[in-house]
Design a protein around this ligand. Structure first.
Ligand SMILES: Cc1cc2nc3c(=O)[nH]c(=O)nc-3n(C[C@H](O)[C@H](O)[C@H](O)COP(=O)(O)OP(=O)(O)OC[C@H]3O[C@@H](n4cnc5c(N)ncnc54)[C@H](O)[C@@H]3O)c2cc1C
Length: 295
């Protein structure tokens, strides 16, 4: 299927980009890696008359860490491959590298950007759970300035977010993770590659010296209209050691939290069982990683 006709713009600065979005309003679409946008345009699901590419906008590129605070900054045009293979991210924010590594195939990861993965707001997306566990902040910039939104408040439902049509997602920031923390991203799919999650579970745990859990974040993907946190699971974990009793209660709480649908990839009942199994495995693995400091 061919792409429909459109006018193409390649601004070189964020200001130029914002004025184009302001001028064309809902007729314009932002293009990052194109792995969602161009597919949807080819399918005829969307027909923007103007496409504004972000590929030349320097402000949106790059991965950097602040030497003193250890804060990580990701430009929205950073690709999933760059995240999956970045040495600092692999060492200090590995749950995010794990998520990026599970997205699509090498070809897709080389094009797909973190900004696109967020704005496209799929409930099964691979970066959402890791970013929620890491407490990431999203920066949105529009004609009247920038605002920050915690990633867990960004999504509204499948394909929708709090981003306004004249805003660009400019960057994602993540604070340094304290010592003795471990994170794990588990994705269950029918195939090993090029697969959208049937269920995904992200777990971040920080342990006290005596190995009780001091901090816990658990996020569940593909089991709700958007990736969700499971506060009941986190409450079961905090203040307890990751032993058999805690694991059982926490995993059951995760299964109770989700509201999956049945679709071509699996039934709702199957997804609920998967959530329980993966949450349990995720907690065990995150605790192991916390002991060896693999965030
Ligand atoms: C074969 C295939 C396999 C895939 N497998 C997976 C998978 O396993 N896991 C997964 O999570 N996803 C998967 N995807 C979906 C897709 O690759 C990701 O969602 C990707 O991260 C989207 O990023 P992009 O840069 O290509 O976005 P684009 O397609 O360029 O844009 C996506 C949407 O976001 C908007 N947008 C992009 N960047 C910005 C920005 N900075 N500011 C404002 N709006 C913006 C666009 O206007 C568009 O609406 C797959 C896609 C394909 C084609």
């Amino acid at each position: 299927m061919l792409l429909p006709k459109f006018t193409f713009h390649e601004p070189e600065t964020l200001d130029e980009c914002l004025s184009l979005l302001d001028r064309y309003g809902s007729d314009a679409a932002v293009l990052a890696g194109g792995t969602d946008l161009l597919v949807n345009m080819k399918k005829g699901l969307i027909r923007p008359s103007v496409v504004v590419s972000l590929s030349r906008v320097g402000e949106l590129q790059g991965i950097s860490t602040d030497g003193d605070s250890g804060k990580l900054r990701l430009g929205s045009m950073v690709t999933m491959d760059a995240i999956a293979t970045h040495q600092v991210i692999k060492k200090h924010f590995s749950i995010l590298a794990q998520g990026a590594q599970r997205l699509g195939s090498p070809l897709i990861r080389n094009r797909a950007t973190i900004g696109g993965n967020l704005v496209t707001a799929r409930p099964a997306a691979d970066s959402h759970g890791p970013l929620i566990c890491l407490g990431a902040q999203i920066e949105l910039t529009g004609p009247s300035g920038s605002r920050k939104v915690p990633v867990e408040d960004f999504f509204q439902g499948p394909g929708t977010s709090v981003r306004r049509s004249n805003e660009v997602l400019t960057q994602i920031t993540i604070d340094k993770i304290p010592p003795k923390c471990g994170g794990v991203y588990l994705k269950y799919g029918i195939r090993k590659t090029l697969e959208i999650s049937v269920v995904n579970v992200s777990v971040l745990l920080c342990l006290e010296k005596d190995k009780t859990i001091a901090h816990a974040r658990v996020a569940l993907g593909a089991v709700s209209p958007k990736t969700i946190r499971s506060p009941d699971t986190e409450r079961c974990l905090i203040g307890n050691p990751p032993d058999e009793k805690t694991l059982k209660k926490a995993a059951e709480a995760a299964a109770a939290r989700c509201q999956p649908i049945s679709d071509i990839r699996g039934s709702a009942e199957y997804r609920q069982i998967l959530v329980e199994v993966l949450t349990r495995r995720g907690i065990e693995e995150a605790a192991r990683r916390a002991l060896s400091r693999k965030v």
